[in-house]
Ligand binder design. Structure first.
Ligand SMILES: *[C@@H]1O[C@H](CO)[C@@H](O)[C@H](O)[C@H]1NC(C)=O
Length: 438
């Protein structure tokens, strides 16, 4: 404050001597770690200016400018606030200060004030609390703020961030019994060119061998070891990542190119860690280019599915699913698939086209109106008794196994001359997975 302003201020103070005393509201001081000092006063609409003058650990005299000073003329979030982000205070430090308030045409001063730091607040927590609009989205049991980005997984620098993802290794079993063994195999699972790649392969030797999965990520014995007796072992080696955190509600966006190839399917969904048969599909399209039933209906790779699945068996399985029919194979190119899930509805999108809304009635019926612990899955499945109905025709040949047969894996495997040639472009490629709080 320069000499001229000081004079004006003095005059103003003299002017108000005769008026009814104005009670200056409480001045709040907050010292932060690692640094920062905040001095604020509630923003009465009559207040035009808030002037702050202070010294650290040194008395300040009436009308002395002070080591630090500033006039704040605009309120923010209901307060006039002085904030010095770099000032580092420690416990026991004293701020000697006086403030000046211009209220309407009059000036008021409060001097001889001091504040001794007794506790330093965390600046991050303070900023979060100050700017946080509470969201219904839950991450690992903790609430979040509206719009907050909760997970932003990209696959740059040829790595899979194992802080975010668990690379699963197990022999596929309940709930879908797909004919797959999930492994961290560098010929199947890679991160390169800024994309995650999962390219399933057939292991011709494994079908009649004992299986023993090193580093198995499941607890049940038969998901880790299988002795070969006479039923064929799962012939497809694939990969599957799951998030280490769990989520409830929110916006889920996955940009991916879905796998193409007969009897393949993407696993891009949320799954309930307390009941793995409860899922919310974000993006599902079968890898068969055409898959037609007796009445000509095509459930192949032009048809996208999304929504809640609470029973692994048809007809209940697809009862609540929404579909979108594309004019070409969905796996021909990258798309952004999204799910917006609140306690009232689920909205499903492909590239910003909203193709389905799951109503609040259905959310109640499926239990997805209340919070659950869901982890996000990225993987590729193949075959199995529950993803492909019997008697459907894949272009030129009938589905080669019966879903109820004991020999279903063998039937699938031994017919590979029909389907393996179609696995030329069988990779699932994922550019990003982004989860935000709603
Ligand atoms: C997965 O395999 C890669 C090598 O291909 C290795 O660097 C990584 O540590 C493995 N991760 C786990 C969890 O086994």
């Amino acid at each position: 404050m320069d000499y001229h302003n000081k004079l004006v201020l003095l005059l103003l103070i003299l002017l108000i001597q005769g008026h009814i005393a104005y009670e200056i509201p409480n001045i709040a001081l907050q010292a932060f770690t690692p640094s920062g000092l905040r001095i604020s006063v509630p923003a009465d609409p009559e207040i035009k200016l808030f002037g702050v003058h202070f010294n650290i650990n040194k008395d300040i005299h009436e009308l002395e400018t002070g080591e630090y000073n500033e006039d704040i003329s605009r309120p923010e979030n209901g307060k006039f606030t002085y904030f010095n982000p770099t000032l580092k205070l420690k416990e026991g430090d004293t701020v000697y200060y006086w403030v000046y308030l211009q209220v309407g045409d009059l000036g008021y001063k409060k001097d001889g004030e001091k504040y001794t730091v007794t506790k330093l607040l965390s600046i991050d927590q303070f900023e979060k609390a100050r700017t946080c609009a509470p969201s219904i989205t839950i991450v690992d049991g903790e609430s979040s703020c509206v719009g907050e980005v909760i997970l932003d997984a990209k696959f740059v620098s040829n790595t899979i961030d194992e802080n975010i993802w668990l690379i699963e290794q197990y022999y596929a079993d309940e709930p879908d019994f797909e004919y797959v063994i999930y492994k961290n195999d560098s010929s199947v699972l890679t991160s390169q060119n800024n994309l995650l790649h999962i390219k399933p392969k057939v292991d011709e030797d494994i079908v009649t061998s004992n299986v023993n999965i090193d580093g198995c990520t499941r607890k049940r014995q038969h998901e880790c070891t299988r002795v070969f007796i006479n039923l064929y072992q799962h012939p497809v080696i694939s990969a599957r990542l799951v998030t280490k955190k769990t989520f409830s509600f929110g916006e889920y966006k996955v940009r991916a190119k879905l796998p193409k190839g007969d009897w393949l399917f993407p696993e891009i969904y949320l799954e309930d860690i307390e009941d793995l048969s409860k899922k919310i599909w974000i993006s599902y399209a079968r890898g068969n280019e055409e898959l037609t039933g007796n009445n000509g209906d095509d459930i192949g790779g032009k048809l996208l599915f999304g929504g809640p699945v609470v029973d692994p068996l048809e007809p209940k399985k697809s009862r609540y699913l929404k579909t979108y029919r594309n004019n070409q194979f969905i796996g021909n190119e990258m798309h952004t698939f999204s799910l917006r899930w609140t306690s009232d509805e689920m909205l499903l999108y492909i590239d910003d086209i909203n193709y389905g809304t799951v109503s609040s009635t259905i959310l109640k019926e499926t239990g997805f109106n209340s919070p659950r612990k869901m982890r996000l899955v990225i993987g590729v499945g193949a075959g199995g008794p529950r993803d492909f109905p019997d008697n459907y025709k894949s272009k030129s040949y009938l589905k080669p196994w019966k879903s109820t047969s004991n020999n279903q894996v063998k039937m699938f495997f031994t017919s590979r001359s029909n389907w393996l040639p179609s696995w030329k472009d069988s990779e699932l490629q994922v550019e990003f997975v982004k989860i935000s709080a709603l």
